[in-house]
Design a protein around this ligand. Structure first.
Ligand code: DX5
Ligand code: ZN
Length: 214
C-alpha cells in the first residue's frame, strides 16, 4: 500500500473552496475538519458544506469529527458523501456502538486519539476499524507545532495493527521537514493543512510531499 497525502481544507480559503480543491486534486484524500466549539475551542463547518464540496473532490472524502455526540450526525455525513468518518475516542461514551453505526451506513470507520490519550485504548475495537488517527497537536487549530511523542505513538499503533489493513493517519504540525520520519514511524496517510495551503505553489507542494513518500 502506498502512503497517501490528505490536505486539510481547514487552511484553505473558505471563500474559494472549489478553486482550492482543484489545486489539491492530485491528493488521494481530502481531509475535512468538523469542530463544534465544545469538544474543541473552535467552530468550523458541518455536513451541508461537506455535501456542497463533495462534487469537487475526485478522491476520498475523509471527515474528522471533533465534536461531542458524533452519533447524532452520522446520517448527515453519510448523505454528504463521506467515505471515511473519524470520531474521537474521548467524545464517545459507547465507542463500539458508534463504530458499528458508521459501518452500517456503509462508511469506513476511523478513531482518533488526542495527544494525551494512550494507544492501548484502541485494543478492544482494533478489529472493527478502518483507520486510526493519531493527533500530533491538540485539536482545534491549524498551524501548531508537531508534538514529538506522537512518533512513539505511531510506532505503538503500527505494532498493535500487525497484519490488519488499517490506515494510520497523522494530523497536526506535519511539514516537509518532518513528513519522512512520520512515514518511517509507520504513518500511511499524512494530513497537512498549513504546510499545503500556505505554500507559494500549492500544486508543487503536493508533489513535494508525494516525492517524500515513495
Ligand atoms: C487540527 C485539525 C487539523 C489541522 C492541521 O485540529 O484536525 O486537520 O487542519 O493543520 P496543520 O497541518 O496546519 O497543523
Ligand atoms: Zn483534522
Amino acid at each position: 500500500m502506498n502512503n497517501m497525502i490528505a490536505p486539510s481544507i481547514l487552511s484553505a480559503d473558505f471563500a474559494n473552496l472549489e478553486r482550492d480543491l482543484k489545486r489539491v486534486s492530485e491528493a488521494e484524500f481530502i481531509h475535512v475538519d468538523v469542530m463544534d466549539g465544545s469538544f474543541v475551542p473552535n467552530i468550523t463547518i458541518g455536513a451541508p458544506v461537506a455535501k456542497a464540496i463533495r462534487k469537487h473532490i475526485k478522491g476520498i472524502m475523509d471527515v474528522h469529527l471533533m465534536i461531542q455526540n458524533p452519533d447524532m450526525f452520522i446520517n448527515d455525513f453519510k448523505d454528504a458523501g463521506t467515505d471515511y468518518l473519524t470520531v474521537h475516542i474521548e467524545a464517545c461514551t459507547h465507542l463500539h456502538r458508534t463504530i458499528q453505526r458508521i459501518k452500517e451506513k456503509g462508511m469506513k470507520a476511523g478513531v482518533s486519539l488526542n495527544p494525551a490519550t494512550p494507544v492501548c485504548l484502541l485494543e478492544p475495537i482494533i478489529d472493527d476499524i478502518d483507520l486510526i488517527l493519531i493527533m500530533s497537536v491538540n485539536p482545534g487549530f491549524g498551524g501548531q507545532k508537531f508534538i514529538p511523542y506522537s512518533l512513539e505513538k505511531i510506532k505503538q499503533v503500527k505494532k498493535m495493527i500487525g497484519t490488519r489493513e488499517i490506515l494510520i493517519q497523522v494530523d497536526g504540525g506535519v511539514t516537509l521537514d518532518n513528513a519522512k520520519e512520520i512515514i518511517d514511524a509507520g504513518a500511511t496517510v499524512i494530513v497537512a493543512g498549513s504546510a499545503i495551503f500556505n505554500a507559494p505553489d500549492v500544486e508543487q507542494r503536493i508533489q513535494d510531499f508525494k516525492s517524500l513518500m515513495l
